[in-house]
Write a protein that binds this ligand. Structure first.
Ligand SMILES: [Zn+2]
Length: 456
């Protein structure tokens, strides 16, 4: 077998942030508190944080924002990540490195795919796509009116344990004051949109995945004209439902970032919970979202089972969710950062069916396990798990039953009985276990992961 890590990185994970206005498009796909990429050993792929993460902004402007404005804006929004307590993370903006970038000269800076150890562009380009030509060129005509930006890691060291270069593109076509004029349908990208896009996309560039923490709040009554009503919706939630509120750091964002770049206090001052999930047949249950919740929604922390398991993209389709691609420990999880003075309920939840492909949450980012049943698996009383302690929940047999068992009428009590939830009932029979990647995403997959932006 060749270097399996090479295969994992054949297709890059790029998050693509899309603006969707109700009047133009309904239901565009939008993008857990875990790593965006892991190598073949299941180790999160990170930057070397012993030095500052260098990035290379172009010299152009973005809508009404001058180059100086943009440099200031990026620096301010990156402090969302570098300002977290006990994180070691700093940035080094290198100006005058790549000149002015537009649709005619961007291709030498854009990395569509790479393998471990591939030579890169020598820079981490940060591009302001002022007229949207780059966005249209990569994603198709008309995307300049909806895509806000896209970014991700770009190149890696030989064993894909370290990110060497990244890339970030911000589409400025519909920014207020664009020299290209107003956009069809009155689409306007606001300054909050731009700030949030910078924060979210640099989160991916640093190696952070999406999270579905506090989905019920996000899908409730988030009102962008009411400050603070959706502060508990994380920055790395797959959609922007209230850009300004989501720029308030949530515990899930903090723990995800500290897991990659934090100091010793995450382990020494907080409680860690570990465990292994099995399905009702006793097989490892991968791709279940495990959420630790207190009475305060801002505290919620989530991880996905098997997200950091050894894995191999054997069929080269850019994910490791297919049969046999998880190599071991596929139902394992570790929740970090729980406050020892608080009581928690640990619940597993299915990853919502709308988080697919570019909207995905690893490791099952092109298809969810539709049979995962919401289930409380543990409660932790205040003081039961001290700072520095690890509470091992061992192996938990859940009620979740694999799809292929459904319809077998084998409700014997010891293994699976078929439980259909409301999503299943909405179809005419059983929904397919895996939806075809090509059918759902077509050409998206080759260039990256779409991220949808819903505005309410
Ligand atoms: Zn994203």
């Amino acid at each position: 077998m060749a270097n399996v890590a090479v295969m994992i990185f054949r297709i890059l994970g790029l998050c693509l942030l899309v603006l969707s206005l109700w009047s133009l498009v309904s239901g565009l796909p939008a993008m857990a508190g875990g790593p965006f990429l892991v190598n073949a050993e299941g180790v999160a792929v990170v930057w070397d944080n012993s030095t500052a993460v260098a990035y290379h902004p172009e010299s152009g402007s973005c809508g009404s924002f001058s180059n100086d404005d943009m440099l200031t804006k990026i620096g301010e929004n990156l402090s969302f990540w570098s300002g977290i307590d006990d994180i070691t993370l700093s940035f080094d903006p290198v100006t005058d490195a790549i000149g002015s970038v537009d649709g005619t000269n961007y291709s030498s800076l854009f990395t569509a795919s790479s393998d471990c150890g591939d030579e890169g562009t020598g820079v981490t380009p940060v591009v302001f796509d002022d007229d949207g030509e780059i966005t249209d060129d990569i994603f198709g005509n008309g995307n300049r009116f909806s895509v806000l930006g896209f970014a991700g890691p770009a190149t890696f060291n030989d064993d894909c344990s370290e990110i060497l270069e990244g890339q970030a593109f911000f589409n400025c076509r519909c920014q207020t004051g664009s020299p290209s004029g107003s956009c069809p349908g009155g689409v306007v990208f606001t300054e909050d949109d731009l700030n949030f896009t910078i924060m979210h996309e640099f989160g991916h560039l640093l190696g952070l995945d999406h999270t579905q923490v506090n989905q019920s709040i996000a899908e409730g009554n988030c009102d962008s004209s009411v400050a603070g009503d959706c502060d508990a919706v994380p920055a790395m939630y797959p959609q922007s439902v209230d850009a300004e509120d989501q720029m308030t750091p949530s515990r899930d964002d903090q723990v995800a970032a500290l897991t990659l770049y934090g100091g010793s206090t995450l382990a020494s001052n907080f409680c860690t919970v570990s465990g292994t999930l099995n399905d009702a047949n006793g097989d490892p249950l991968r791709c279940a979202d495990i959420q630790a919740e207190t009475g305060d929604s801002a505290d919620t922390i989530a991880v996905v089972s098997g997200a950091s398991s050894p894995q191999s993209d054997d069929n080269g389709d850019g994910d490791t969710q297919d049969s046999g691609e998880c190599l071991s420990n596929c139902g394992d999880f570790i929740l970090r950062g729980l406050d020892p003075s608080k009581s928690y309920t640990i619940t597993i939840k299915p990853i919502d069916s709308q988080w697919r492909g570019g909207s995905g949450i690893n490791p099952c980012n092109s298809s969810q396990l539709d049979y995962v049943e919401e289930e409380e698996i543990a409660t932790i009383a205040a003081g039961d798990c001290a700072g520095g302690a690890t509470l091992a929940l061992e192996t938990i047999t859940t009620i979740s039953c694999p799809e292929e068992e459904c319809g077998a009428e084998s409700d014997t009590g010891g293994g699976c009985s078929c439980v259909l939830d409301s999503r299943d009932r909405s179809g005419n029979g059983f929904i397919p276990f895996f939806i075809s990647l090509l059918v759902v995403f077509g050409g998206w997959k080759m260039t990256g992961q779409p991220f949808s932006f819903m505005r309410k």
